[in-house]
Design a protein around this ligand. Structure first.
Ligand code: BG6
Length: 489
């Protein structure tokens, strides 16, 4: 059935992710009828909360949502809380008893989703204990959903994976990359492979370069502690940015199955030209924000943020040029950039097409405009196509015309939150929009080579003011090839 009956066990239920993303997503699924009315959510964490505390938190997290009071109460009554000590066996036994009791109350056939939304150092221990203490031994299916960070480099990711694999098979493991839950990220495949006007042009004969930007206006906020061990390369490039590169560059899958799609994506990562040694400085740029003005507000530099070393060498911005050594893409640069405290919050992909071999039609400044396909991922969702047309009138000038399609203007439906889709996919057993271990292995190895070089050479930080589009070197990365970043607004 497409209304799976399951218990969702959230480790780290007192945390920020649960409140901001998971509770609202579960609620939306419930409201849309995608969740069976017979479900249970069990919050697990160290704090001595009660069922009442978690239900209050769920209510708070749904403020601003329109809902009828009884509906909300009915929904909240499915939430339970179990105070827990990660290393104590009896904690697991009690949890198992609670789950068994709820399964019988709600007629849930032993299906359990274990959602890891807590400090990553416990992921492995919990997974192993779930197995040894019998919580994965049920009449139904059991799945492990695991949040980032999945390691901080290849060796730690490998170790974590080995631990988890003692308890769960690869096909029971759902590694979250929330970008894969975004409407327009999922749309990349459809735009590419369902359109006769794009697929034949989607290669190095017709595309000159592809630009992927994910810029944020927020700073590191209260995550300084985590971020100091991470930086933008690990936090955004290893996962979200490389996932978008794979989707843009993959060959068409022969079937729309998880394995076929994944294997095409993995081939892209295998074809990425490694950036090592001296090449790192040529192909990658790192930045760290200094003080500045964002959205009219003055803000501090990264080194003044909470829990950040005042001499920190952690990068909050990365730009890079990626090359994919295969027949389709040889010679086409994929430029990526991502950063915090930039001038605009925007995730966009710009596909720039090559110029025609002979074009006699210029604009008034004698410029030729390349065709662009722009995929707007967020905050707007849609596609734009930039073409050339004749300016009305006698001058014979050419002007760029932009065709815009926006998701919002279509029946005003709010697109579902990424987490909502991903949770639903997991309930249905569809792992397509989750990261496979092979993808993690390849992407970690790719970024490790870059971190290794950066770690040995101190950076000149801060090197971009808050509110800008990153350091100047990021512009030079493209100008050296005769390109420039296309503006995002
Ligand atoms: C997360 C990163 O994975 O993605 C955060 O850890 C970042 O640092 C976030 O802010 C960006 O997500 P989105 O959906 O706002 O682009």
């Amino acid at each position: 059935s497409n209304k799976p009956r399951t218990t969702i066990v959230i480790f780290g239920a007192t945390g920020d992710l649960a409140k901001r993303k998971l509770f609202p997503s579960i609620y939306n699924l419930y409201k849309k009828g995608q969740l069976s009315e017979e479900f249970a959510v069990v919050g697990v964490a160290r704090r001595p909360w009660t069922n009442e505390t978690i239900r209050d938190t769920v209510r708070q997290s749904l403020q601003g949502n329109d809902h009828a009071a009884e509906e909300l109460e009915e929904f909240c009554s499915h939430f339970y809380y179990h105070p827990f000590d990660v290393t104590s066996k009896s904690s697991y036994h009690e949890l198992n008893e609670l789950l068994t009791r709820l399964e019988s109350n709600y007629h849930i056939p032993g299906n359990r989703i274990f959602y890891m939304a807590m400090a990553p150092e416990f992921f492995g221990t919990i997974a192993v204990n779930l197995k040894t203490e019998g919580l994965t031994d049920t009449a139904g299916w059991t799945r492990l959903v695991i949040e980032k960070p999945f390691g901080r480099d290849y060796p730690s990711a490998y170790e974590l994976n080995e631990e988890i694999r003692q308890a769960f098979d690869e096909d029971q493991i759902y590694r979250i990359d929330h970008y894969l839950g975004k409407e327009m990220v999922q749309n990349i495949e459809v735009i590419r492979f369902a359109n006769a006007i794009f697929e034949p042009l989607w290669n190095n004969r017709y595309i000159s370069n592809i630009q992927i930007t994910s810029s944020e206006t927020l700073g590191v906020e209260d995550r300084g502690g985590y971020y100091e061990t991470s930086g933008a390369l690990r936090d955004m490039v290893q996962n979200h940015m490389l996932q978008m590169v794979s989707l843009l560059a993959m060959d068409p899958p022969i079937r729309l199955t998880t394995n076929e799609i994944r294997s095409e994506k993995i081939k892209v990562l295998r074809a990425l030209r490694p950036v090592t040694g001296d090449k790192v400085h040529k192909y990658f740029v790192r930045g760290q924000y200094g003080p500045g003005t964002v959205n009219g507000k003055e803000v501090d530099g990264y080194r003044n943020e909470d829990k950040v070393d005042p001499q920190s060498h952690t990068e909050t911005f990365v730009a890079g040029k990626l090359l994919i050594d295969n027949h389709r893409w040889a010679g086409v640069p994929f430029y990526i950039r991502t950063g915090k405290r930039m001038g605009i919050k925007s995730t966009k992909i710009v596909v720039q097409f090559k110029e025609l071999p002979m074009n006699l039609y210029f604009d008034k400044n004698d410029v030729m405009h390349p065709n662009l396909l722009i995929i707007h991922i967020q905050p707007d969702e849609g596609i734009s196509l930039v073409l050339n047309g004749k300016k009305i009138g006698p001058t014979g000038e050419t002007i760029p015309v932009q065709l815009d399609y926006s998701n919002d203007s279509v029946d005003g439906v709010n697109t579902p939150e990424a987490y909502e889709r991903l949770l639903y996919d997991c309930m249905l057993g569809d792992a397509t929009n989750f990261a496979h271990w092979d993808e993690l292995e390849l992407s970690w190895k790719y970024v490790d080579a870059i971190s290794k070089v950066w770690e040995t050479l101190p950076a000149q930080f801060p090197n971009y003011p808050s509110g800008s589009m990153g350091p100047e070197e990021s512009d030079r990365l493209l100008s050296a090839d005769g390109f420039h970043w296309w503006p995002l607004d």
